[in-house]
Design a protein around this ligand. Structure first.
Ligand code: SF4
Length: 197
């Protein structure tokens, strides 16, 4: 493995994307097919953060594709946003980890520690008005907690000073459609939070 590049916290978008594309700072670089940097409007006021690329994301190099990605797109559409929209109609979408863990295993703490500066820089560059953290792993990584999602929902947390709303991962909602109403309530809280900011 190689070292993570220095100066991530001052990189612009092209430099950051190139740094991720060439990153060999953890063992996930050996098994990835593509790095998955992020997608959407870099000036959107919503930022969606998930866990890590799965098989389809690894193949396509884009976060939240496949059935879970379609559900996310539908959720965003319900609040007047899309990954291809901009500003108040847009959303920037990224994961905590930029490379797929083999067989979709849980990310390891050292992998998160190595990758986190890339996400931190993405948040600093986007400067969103709200972050939607999706799924247990993304939530617990961002908020540095081991509390379950059920205890963290319904409150406004902070990451780098940006309001964070906690909700379920779309893949979970596909398996547990009875919780879609809770996810809708979380999106409503995100809208209220942006309006209040
Ligand atoms: S997961 Fe992150 S730290 Fe690990 S190789 Fe990929 S980009 Fe680098």
């Amino acid at each position: 493995m190689g070292l993570r590049p220095v100066g991530i916290d001052t990189m612009d978008w092209p430099a950051l994307q190139a740094a991720v594309a060439g990153c060999e700072a953890c063992s996930l670089c050996r098994s990835r097919k593509n790095t998955v940097f992020g997608v959407g409007d870099t000036q959107a006021d919503w930022m969606v953060i998930g866990e890590a690329p799965g098989e389809n994301e690894d193949l396509q190099g884009e976060p939240f594709v496949g059935a879970a990605g379609q559900l996310l797109d539908n959720m965003l559409r319900a609040v007047g946003r899309s990954r291809s929209g901009s500003g108040e109609q847009g959303a920037y979408i990224a994961n905590v980890l930029k490379c797929r863990p083999p067989a979709n295993r849980n990310p390891q703490p050292q992998e998160v520690a190595q990758c986190e500066p890339y996400l931190a820089r993405q948040v600093a560059l986007v400067q969103p008005k709200v972050i939607i953290a999706m799924g247990r792993f993304a939530v617990q990584s961002l908020l540095q907690t081991s509390e379950p999602i059920g205890r963290l929902r319904g409150q406004v947390h902070r990451y780098q000073g940006v309001p964070v709303i906690v909700t379920y991962h779309p893949a979970y909602l596909l398996r547990t459609p009875g919780d879609k109403g809770k996810a809708w309530a979380d999106l409503c809280l995100a809208m209220e939070t942006v309006a209040a900011e």
